[in-house]
Each structure stands twice: as structure tokens, then as C-alpha cells.
Design a protein around this ligand. Structure first.
Ligand code: PEP
Ligand code: MN
Length: 261
């Protein structure tokens, strides 16, 4: 809380800073699918001014019959694509047993919405020395979200980035209800950087750009956006993925609005 620490936490990854008046853009496909397409997306992200490449290799899918991600092979692809384009990597860990492996390749560990209250997983990322993106659980209150963050902080890992990704409400016309008020509220309550995922937050690619700008206006420290070189062919979440072209337009818009990019 701000009572404990009044100044903003900044998360540093080598030459890169998240938080502290920087607007960070994390972008990439929902899942790492293959080397060529990831390299194409990574190149587009770099050219558009993105700094951090996202892409799941351990995917939390609703159906066990859906594509589950490429695992370590995906990490190697992610590493190569990021290195070629001088990008940092954020990717999800779903199990404490994946942490050592993922840490060899990634700069930031992501805890997905479904695991926000997986306390054993939180303890283990708390024991690691990697920055953590902690996504808000889809039915979690702000209080529960912040307490989940405490599980990481209490183990002396202060490099926590909160991510609002939409919550479940009665509304079905969007995939989730993006709670931007919570972003401004959490910026008041905590010293941690807060980012917004308008892709999972809305489920609709056309809403990603307006909600990214709204996130910036709400005080967010960045966005995490799904980008695919051919969204209609994506293994997962194509409907909410931007093309490289639309992502480039978005970053131009954000650059015009954000003081530090
Ligand atoms: C993701 O970012 O890949 C993801 C699965 O999101 P969430 O955990 O927010 O559903
Ligand atoms: Mn996704």
C-alpha cells in the first residue's frame, strides 16, 4: 500500500523501466504458434515501438481438447524472435514446476487470471527473482487482487506489475467487462505499476484501440495487447487480436498521447 511505500515502484529490466511515468507496451500473439509467424509479429512490434513480446507457451484453455501451447519449444521460439528484434519477453507460468524453465527464457513471469489465487504458485514466483505480471482474476475483487500481490511481495519480490484484464459481469456483449475504474483506484491504493489488457478485457479487436487510450487516460502504466500476423488463422483469441497494421496505428496514437513511451 501507499502507507507502506509512498513512492511508485518501478520495475527495471536491464535498460527498460515499467512504471514511473513510462507507458509500456507488451504485445504479441495469444499463443506462440510457430517460428515464422512469431518472428513476423515480433518484427512488426519492434518497428511499431513495442518493447516487450508476449506469447503463451503454457495455455490455460477452457477445453482440454483445445491447443495447449508448445511448451519449451515455444520458449525457444519466443527467445529467438525476441533476441532478433531486441525485445523483452513476458509469458505465463501455470505451475510452480514451470518457473525454473520459463525463467531461463523470459524476463517477466505472467500469472494468468485463472491462477490469481493459486497461492502456492504465487509463493514460488515470490521466491524467484523475476518481475511478475499478476492478472486480475475474472471474478476477483480489488481487495483479493491486492492480497494476491501481497503473497509475492511478502517474499521480498517487489517487482510486481498488476494487470486489469476484465471481470465477469451480467454483460455478454463483450467477453469481459473491462474495469477501468479499478485501474485508477488501484493506482491510488498501491505503489505498484498497473497495466491493462484490453484484448481479454473486451474480446473484440475493434475495442482494443479505444480501451488502450482509455487505459492511458485512467492512469495505467501500460497495456498488454494481442497481435497476430493473421488473426483469422490464430489458434486462439483471433477475434480480439490486432493485425500488425492496426497495432502500428495504435502505438502511433498512444505515442501522441503518452509523455514517455
Ligand atoms: C493471456 O494473457 O494469455 C491470458 C490467458 O489471459 P488471462 O489470464 O487474463 O485470461
Ligand atoms: Mn489470449
Amino acid at each position: 500500500s501507499r502507507e507502506f511505500k509512498s513512492h511508485d515502484t518501478k520495475v527495471a529490466i536491464e535498460d527498460l523501466t515499467i512504471g514511473e511515468n513510462t507507458f509500456s507496451i507488451m504485445a504479441g500473439p495469444c499463443a506462440v504458434e510457430n517460428k515464422n509467424s512469431l518472428k513476423e509479429v515480433a518484427k512488426g512490434i519492434k518497428q511499431a515501438g513495442g518493447k516487450i513480446l508476449r506469447g503463451g507457451v503454457f495455455k490455460p484453455r477452457t477445453s482440454p481438447y483445445s491447443f495447449q501451447g508448445l511448451g519449451e519449444e515455444g520458449l525457444k521460439i519466443l527467445y529467438e524472435a525476441a533476441k532478433e528484434n531486441e525485445l523483452k519477453i513476458v509469458t505465463e507460468v501455470m505451475d510452480p514446476r514451470q518457473i525454473d524453465l520459463v525463467s531461463k527464457y523470459a524476463n517477466i513471469l505472467q500469472i494468468g487470471a485463472r491462477n490469481m489465487q493459486n497461492y502456492e504458485l504465487l509463493k514460488e514466483v515470490g521466491n524467484s527473482n523475476k518481475p511478475v505480471v499478476l492478472k486480475r482474476g475474472m471474478s476477483s475483487t480489488v481487495e483479493e487482487w491486492l492480497m494476491a500481490a501481497e503473497y509475492i511481495l511478502v517474499r521480498d519480490n517487489y517487482q510486481v506489475i498488476l494487470c486489469e484484464r476484465g471481470i465477469r459481469t451480467f454483460e455478454t456483449s463483450t467477453r469481459n467487462t473491462l474495469d477501468l475504474a479499478a485501474v485508477s483506484l488501484v493506482k491510488e491504493l498501491t505503489h505498484l505499476p498497473v497495466i491493462v489488457d484490453p484484448s481479454h478485457g473486451t474480446g473484440k479487436w475493434k475495442l482494443v484501440s479505444p480501451m488502450s487510450k482509455a487505459a492511458l487516460a485512467a492512469g495505467a502504466d501500460g497495456v498488454m495487447v494481442e497481435v497476430h500476423q493473421s488473426p483469422e488463422e490464430a489458434c486462439s483469441d483471433g477475434l480480439q487480436s490486432l493485425t500488425i497494421e492496426n497495432f502500428t496505428k495504435l502505438t502511433q496514437n498512444l505515442q501522441a498521447l503518452a509523455p514517455h513511451f
